[in-house]
Write a protein of this length. Structure first.
Length: 104
């Protein structure tokens, strides 16, 4: 009977310890779930921010490409203006020459 009583006390003590460990694990589990939920919220927020940044980068790349196109067209127009100015100078020179000949 004494051995059974000792065994009963030992089992009862182990049961209390197991229940305490179970409560501790439940608390830890709740804390981990809360932490995981916070991490997921932060991750969602970071993902949205990354998406916005990617869109801004794409917009800036498109703007840069458009700017390059405009600069190329500007250079072409400057060349056309230079050619037009040269033609105008040649025409004016020819006109002056013709006027000079006509006056003689």
């Amino acid at each position: 009977l004494a051995a059974l009583s000792v065994r009963h006390v030992g089992l009862h003590t182990r049961l209390k310890m197991t229940r305490r460990e179970a409560r501790d694990l439940t608390v830890q589990n709740t804390e981990l779930q809360t932490s995981a939920a916070e991490v997921l919220r932060d991750l969602g927020s970071a993902t949205r921010r990354i998406g916005k940044l990617e869109r801004r980068i794409a917009e800036q790349a498109a703007t840069a490409k458009h700017l390059d196109s405009l600069q190329s067209r500007h250079a072409e127009l400057l060349q056309e203006v230079a050619r037009g100015a040269e033609v105008l100078r040649s025409t004016e020179a020819a006109l002056e020459w013709a006027r000079g000949r006509a006056e003689k």
